[in-house]
Structures are given as C-alpha cells and as structure tokens.
Design a protein around this ligand. Structure first.
Ligand code: AMP
Length: 113
C-alpha cells in the first residue's frame, strides 16, 4: 500500500482541518497557508481513487482530476463565486509538497461563512 500522507490523515479525521465541503467522493478544506482570500484544496476520498500526483495517473484513475474540477465548479456556483483559479502542482519541481492528488481552488472572492 502507498504511504499515508498528511491528506489521508485529514480525510480520516486524524488531524483537524477546516472542512468546507464533503460528499461520498470528495472532501474540500481550507489551505492552512492561503494564497488568496479563498484558498481551498479538493481531494478524492475513495482509496480506489487515490493517486499521488497527476504524473501518476493511469487509465484507472484518469477520471479523478475531472471529478475534483466538477466538484469545485459546483462548490463555486453554490457559493456565488464566479471567478477562480484551479491548479494542480505536479511533482517536486512543480511545487508539489503533499503527494495525495489535490486541486487548489483560489479566488479573490471571500467565502461567505
Ligand atoms: P502542494 O504544494 O500542491 O502539495 O500543496 C499542499 C498544500 O497543502 C499547501 O498549499 C499547504 O499550505 C497545504 N497544507 C499543508 N498542511 C496543511 C494542513 N494541515 N491543512 C490544510 N492545508 C495544509
């Protein structure tokens, strides 16, 4: 089994996070060092969907980035956020620190609590 990462521990509630969205497939929480007024991270929850990085995608996991993007789009619409950036950091050279695939969601619009 792949090494458990920080985001496994957040997913499994072993360490706290400011969770803003969760369903059966996806969890979203606030980035602890926000780079924009709204900075969220979206991860896929199911072990079958686990992939460390975009660089590790296979046919079996190719749908995971689309799943994260779709949930981010729905989240934005639900919260009235109409402008945002979506980013994947890929590999250490791409600035990736946590090797549990995650989508960065950044917006200049603050999340209304
Ligand atoms: P990346 O550089 O794409 O691997 O992004 C990892 C992100 O996780 C960074 O933006 C960190 O600020 C964020 N991060 C690290 N630890 C935590 C944590 N405990 N809770 C929420 N976000 C975190």
């Amino acid at each position: 089994m792949a090494e458990r990462t920080l985001f496994h521990r957040i997913r499994d509630r072993e360490i706290p996070a400011a969770i803003v969205f969760e369903d059966d497939e996806v969890l979203a929480f606030k980035d602890i060092h926000p780079k924009a007024p709204t900075h969220l991270l979206f991860i896929a929850k199911k072990d079958a969907d686990f992939v460390p990085s975009i660089d590790d995608l296979t046919e079996a996991t190719a749908q995971v980035p689309g799943l994260l993007i779709r949930k981010a789009q729905q989240f934005a619409r639900a919260h009235g956020i109409d402008g945002y950036q979506l980013k994947f950091h890929v590999g250490k050279g791409g600035g990736q620190e946590v090797f549990y695939l995650h989508l960065h969601f950044l917006s200049e619009q603050a999340l209304k609590e």
